[in-house]
Design a protein around this ligand. Structure first.
Ligand code: OTD
Ligand code: ZN
Ligand code: ZN
Length: 346
């Protein structure tokens, strides 16, 4: 039996850090274990231009406690007014690592997202030309489409047409939640990858709704049926280089989650690596954890892997705080529903 596992330091290829008091509270939770993260641009107002991204990166670095190393990989929020030349300049200077596509209204702070995909075709073509990846929140927003079907319908109606119209565009399907998403990635070439969150490997829709509504398990895309969770587990633990970790750790203070109209998002930064070690061990795939968390993402983004390592050690149940304190209010840490035995050391 494996009791200790040393892997390259992981990266988080999809992370929400927010701003202000929440940024200060959550940044150390990620930086403790992760070397880099793709930083989501859905602030209010969103990070739209290179100037916005540079200022946000400065605020993140200023919030980093002394002695902690962490590299934020910035993204721009794609709008119908995005200027392809601004995107190209931000990429050329090394400021941004990806551009993020939100269908308007799909998730938290996505009101400025795209409604008419033809209006961003010029940006997508520029990105294909310069090799800049597009990160996609893959859900349609049409009110007549059932929320549990929105990812599958997006693949057929939006994603596949965009990819056909834009040869060479490198796309990351963010936080896939369905077998349809897994199958679509598997059926395509190396220009397509997908992130998978920690929580979608652990919860299905019953966890949200059976025995009382659990607001801290509510996120978007919403967790689906068990068969989909199993497909995600198979993809994540398979070693297939097209699948990699993007936690989508999305903090909201408790009063906004435990609310008659609660915000979407699971905050997993604190215990993600312990959760993943448990998941991969359950599936007899501890030997694939490094690929999923530390190798496949850099390969897709064409970045070097990290030189540093972390060590996961199995022992008595790991203590982690149930909530992170924040000047704006407490933030509840994801509860996987089973004890965690793998502690992380640098
Ligand atoms: N999903 N919450 C948020 C974003 C994500 O779709 C996402 O990436 C958020 O709060 O920013 C969520 O449930
Ligand atoms: Zn999203
Ligand atoms: Zn997200």
């Amino acid at each position: 039996m494996t009791h200790s596992l040393t892997i390259r330091r992981p990266d988080d290829w999809h992370l929400h850090l927010r701003d202000g008091a929440v940024l200060n509270a959550v940044l150390p939770e990620t930086a403790r274990h992760f070397a880099r993260a793709i930083i989501m641009p859905n602030l209010v107002p969103p990070v739209v231009t290179g100037v916005d991204a540079a200022a946000y990166r400065d605020r993140i670095l200023a919030a980093l406690p002394d002695g902690m190393g962490f590299e934020p990989l910035m993204t721009l929020y794609l709008t119908e007014d995005t200027d392809p030349e601004d995107v190209a300049a931000a990429h050329a200077s090394g400021l941004i690592t990806a551009v993020k596509l939100y269908p308007a209204g799909a998730t938290t702070n996505s009101a400025s997202g795209v409604s008419d995909f033809r209006k961003v075709q010029n940006v997508l073509e520029k990105m294909a030309e310069i090799g800049l990846p597009l990160c996609v929140h893959g859900e349609v927003t049409d009110s007549e489409i059932d929320i549990f079907d929105r990812e599958a319908v997006f693949i057929d109606r939006v994603l596949d047409p965009i990819r056909r119209a834009t040869p060479g565009l490198r796309v990351v399907m963010e936080h896939i939640t369905t077998k349809n998403g897994v199958d679509y990635v598997r059926a395509n070439d190396t220009d397509l990858g997908a992130t998978i969150t920690t929580h979608h490997l652990i919860i299905n829709r019953n966890h949200i709704l059976v025995g009382g509504i659990k607001p801290h398990y509510y996120c978007l895309p919403v967790a689906k049926r068990e068969e989909h969770r199993i497909a995600l587990r198979e993809a994540a633990t398979s070693g297939d280089a097209r699948f990699f970790l993007g936690t989508d750790s999305a903090p909201h203070i408790d009063p906004l989650k435990e609310n008659a109209c609660g915000c979407a998002g699971c905050f997993t930064a604190t215990n993600t690596m312990s959760c993943l070690a448990e998941v991969f061990e359950q599936d007899g795939a501890l030997d694939q954890l490094e690929a999923f968390a530390s190798l496949n993402g850099p390969a897709f983004y064409r970045l070097p892997v990290n030189d540093a390592t972390i060590t996961l050690t199995k022992g008595d149940a790991v203590d982690y705080p149930p909530k992170i304190e924040c000047d704006a209010g407490d933030i509840t840490v994801f509860d996987p529903g089973f004890p965690l035995h793998w502690s992380v050391s640098a």
